[in-house]
Design a protein. Structure first.
Length: 325
């Protein structure tokens, strides 16, 4: 019987040993899991601490600079041009392409005349102004010192809205034309936008008609077939009875990034002749472009209407050519 007892005891010891090993393994695994959990929790705490610290280090947002026009553009009654009425108010109505109601006052654009709503282009002109100066916008009104008598119970003025001179913008976009008959009396007639759109300077007005040369812009190619670089040009025409020297005259584009080109010295062409001015780089925009020709003294000699050429082909803008003198 003793051998049996010995075997039983041996078996019992083996089972206890195995159980001990299994319990030891389980305890070790539990310890590892707890360690990993502690490490994950600590990593999360560290991450949250870094996020909090980074937020504290971020600089306090500073107010951005205004995108209003430069100081040369009057924005308050204290720095408006001239001595007539100047005021700021809310736009309550856009009547048409050249008239707004500001602070319950009807204001007509000085020097810029848009079509009536019933005329071609009238609705488009109104929509254009509404896109620049929606109802509820704040506008600054600078009344024209030279036209304080007004027009049909409206004051005549330059209106600035959302950083834009609306008189200039509606002319630049071709939705209005310059009121040349008022250039002699308007205080704004010598400003660049008025000059560029046809208001003559006093020097030009005092000269006889022949002194302004009579040279006209006859044709313009703004979108030639192929590359625009080096292939754009305008063609000038001399309808007078004498040769004309256009040395150092200036050609200006007006749309997009406006550019200037000086005509080569010694450029002379005879009566009833054309001369082609070719630009070495891309100079004219394909849409809403207008070309201005100035003499060597900066006097506007001719200006094309706004034109567009969206097709990359041989189409060119052409003016009506007057007969030779």
């Amino acid at each position: 019987m003793k051998p049996v007892v010995i075997i039983s005891i041996a078996v019992g010891v083996s089972v206890v040993a195995v159980l001990g090993v299994l319990i030891g393994i389980g305890a070790y695994q539990q310890a590892q899991l707890e360690k990993e959990q502690r490490e994950a929790n600590q990593a999360l705490l560290n991450l949250m601490k870094k996020v909090a610290e980074s937020k504290q280090e971020q600089p306090t947002p500073q107010p951005t600079k205004s995108t209003q026009p430069t100081q040369s553009t009057p924005l308050t009654p204290q720095n408006c041009s001239g001595n007539a009425t100047c005021f700021t108010g809310q736009v309550t109505s856009v009547i048409d392409g050249d008239t707004l109601v500001v602070k319950d006052i009807h204001v007509r654009f000085a020097l810029a005349s848009a079509p009536e709503l019933s005329e071609k282009g009238g609705i488009e002109a109104k929509y254009f102004i509404e896109s620049l100066c929606p109802i509820g916008s704040t506008a600054f009104v600078d009344e024209d010192d030279g036209q304080t008598q007004g027009s049909y119970d409206r004051i005549l003025a330059v209106i600035y809205c959302n950083g834009t001179n609306l008189n200039e913008a509606v002319l630049d976009k071709g939705h209005a034309v310059i009121d040349k008959e008022f250039c002699k009396v308007s205080e704004f007639s010598n400003e660049a936008w008025a000059q560029n759109h046809g208001c003559a300077t006093k020097i030009q007005e005092d000269k006889p008609s022949d002194a302004t040369s009579g040279i006209i812009i006859a044709e313009a190619e703004s979108n030639p077939a192929g590359s625009d670089d080096g292939n754009e040009w305008i063609k000038l025409f001399n309808p007078s009875s004498s040769n004309k020297d256009i040395s150092n005259w200036i050609v200006n584009s007006t749309h997009g990034k406006a550019m200037s080109f000086q005509i080569q010295s010694g450029t002379i062409f005879g009566s009833c002749e054309y001369v082609t001015i070719k630009f070495p780089l891309q100079f004219l925009d394909n849409e809403d472009e207008s070309v201005i020709l100035l003499d060597q003294n900066g006097i506007v000699i001719d200006k094309t209407p706004v034109f567009s050429d969206k097709s990359n082909d041989s189409w060119i803008w052409k003016d009506n050519i007057p007969p030779c003198k």
